[in-house]
Ligand binder design. Sequence first.
Ligand code: GDG
Length: 753
Amino acid sequence: MPERSSAFAGVTIVSNRLPVTAAVRGGRLRLQRSAGGLATGLGGVHEQSSGAWLGWPGDLSAMSEAHRAELHDTLATNRLVPIDLTRQEVERYYEGFSNGVIWPLFHYLVERTPLDASTWSTYVAVNRRFAEAARPAARRGDLVWVQDYQLMLVPAMLREMEPEATIGFFLHIPFPSFDVFRLLPWRLAVLEGLLGADLVGFHTSSYARHFLTSLRHLLDVEVADSDALYHGRRVRTGAFPMGIDTARFETLAASPEVQRRVDVISADLGTRQLLVGVDRLDYTKGIPRRLLAFERFLAKHPKRRETVRFIQVAVPSRDGVAEYGKFKRTVNELVGRINGTTSTMTNVPVHYLHRQVSEQELVALYAAASVMVVTPLRDGMNLVAKEFVASRLDEDGVLILSEFAGAADELGDALIVNPYDIDGVADAIEQALTMGADERRTRMQSLRRRVRARTVHDWARRFVESLHAARERGRQSHVLDGPAVTALVEELAEAPRLVLLLDYDGTLVPIEATPDLATPDPSLGDLLRALAASPRLSLHIVSGRGRDVLETWFGGTGLTLWAEHGLWRWGPDTKTWRANIEHPRGWKPDIAELLHAAAERTAGAVVEDKGDSLAWHYRLSDPLQADTEVHRLRREVAEQHPDGDLETILGSKVLEVRPHGVHKGLAVTAVVHEWPGARLVAIGDDRTDEDMFAALPPDGVAVCVGNRPSAARLRLASHRDVRGLLEALARRLTGQPAPATRDGEPSSGPNPH
Ligand code: GDG
């Protein structure tokens, strides 16, 4: 029995298939629970939840209206919500795109991937249907847990409908490395689809890493620890290796029925040793190469033709997908050829069962095998390997396991093989068959400990608990839409004195490819002048830029300027720069040398000398290489200045080196001192602006621009929305119409997203 966990209380599951199969037998409707690991693992969650489970109930086209109505009623009493799909939708969304395109590509079988666009639109449409069906649950506040590669667009679609929803996604197959994933013409849509979730889970940490790498390369998403920072949200990623229901397999293995079957199998084997393979008949599972390795093994050890038997169960699968029909013939022919050349008068080495076997037969095979051969070319996890281990109550038997199965990460005590290395697998078979009893026991004991330590119920609980935690951390800021901007402007206009502290790059103008390109447009000058004209308002630009450029751009607008993150201050009355704090000098040449060396190594990176600080810009560089260089530069700076008189600050695609203790919060502190009682508003887009937000007095208003997570309570989507807010404020304070925006059109106020 799964442990009871209150974490599951309001979980709604969304998966391609419902966990039951409906059929009409003897004129009566029968529902059979699916036996697979996924149905078991999620079944425990569903039982303890008040939420629904949404999925396709299978092809009902041959079912009478009366049976269909009965089916819907029965499903409803079990909180199962059927998503009906037409025959054509199944062909295009499920067989065509999911199993025809995503499945081979994500398993690195590029040549089996037909990249024609014809099925994509149905994939999108059916994903939308699932998202719409999940909407009521999301609105109710349920945790919505979406499963697998058939539904990768659902998280973003649901997020769009219900921005406050809590959404988890788990991928049961590998997430391929970036160089393979990038082949997919719809790669951006898939990434954006997944990023709608609060938590994206994978079987292994390498799949999670591949996902994050693709995000960095293709969407330039900022990654902090293993979280993706996207549209103002923190999308957590993580490895949640799926386990099995170990207790169930142990109980089955100990049952008299299974024992009887083991006896029958053993009696038939006599003194022969048994190798077993169990898979869906799928080209990812490595059956042909496994057969070739077995053939090679027999060729190397001809006497073994009499003393071993290899039973391969291949469960029919996805018959509707063209590739699978061809594959079935290939395997048939291979089995025939190998048996033709290796059979003796008294033994046929390969027993090929192209059908589903009962659970009892399955566990009896696991229990009777000397060697279990699990050699997929790629496999997200592979539960068969774990089921074999759980069924070995005798602590005997050897597992041969592909290094390309996710399970290999946990089951290191198996004989780990490369399925492409036919000779290596042949040798592993011989090693397994001749392994001493002590070694077999030691390995199996260790494998059993691991499989028991992480059951499928633990997997479900860990995921759902992480999703709860992700929700707690995710919601921080409120996106200001048009009415919220109006309300804010009204509130600010009430203040007798108002101070605006504005960052420049990314806040008043967009981030351009190089800093030189991000010059202020004339309309920005007009807007700032209009604001500065209000006697109640004090306007400040608080930038990381150097003194000269700020003075050139804004010297004539009546603003106070703060250069180099608050190190220097320029006032419209004095028209001179003065340092805000004492700071060390003479450090720049050595550090500049380091930064230039890093720029030499990194295409697109440039060094900027700001006077009393240095900046290493990498907007045009490969994000991953830049990450490595940033890491290295921070270490090198710390090594050269062990006394900590310098610090390195990561901004928006820039690493700054500057004297310790300089930060934008200095500007806020000074303003609070000079304008006691004034209402302060700070607006900024990058990490350095967080120092301003942190230094604000309790009634200060912090507004973050763009996507990154922030301590700011309020958020605007882009610099355009900042201008919209400032224009509205200028109108309200001066009673004059606001100057036009950069595009020559008056802003209609910020967009909500
Ligand atoms: C996907 C991923 C990941 C097989 N033959 C019979 C039978 N089975 C059962 C096994 C096992 C299940 O089917 C197969 O699970 P796998 O994990 O091995 O593989 P996929 O079906 O490809 O599953 C995979 C999994 O999702 C979970 O995330 O591990 O990597 O590809 O439970 O026992 N069951 C019965 N008779 C059979 O003949 N009764």
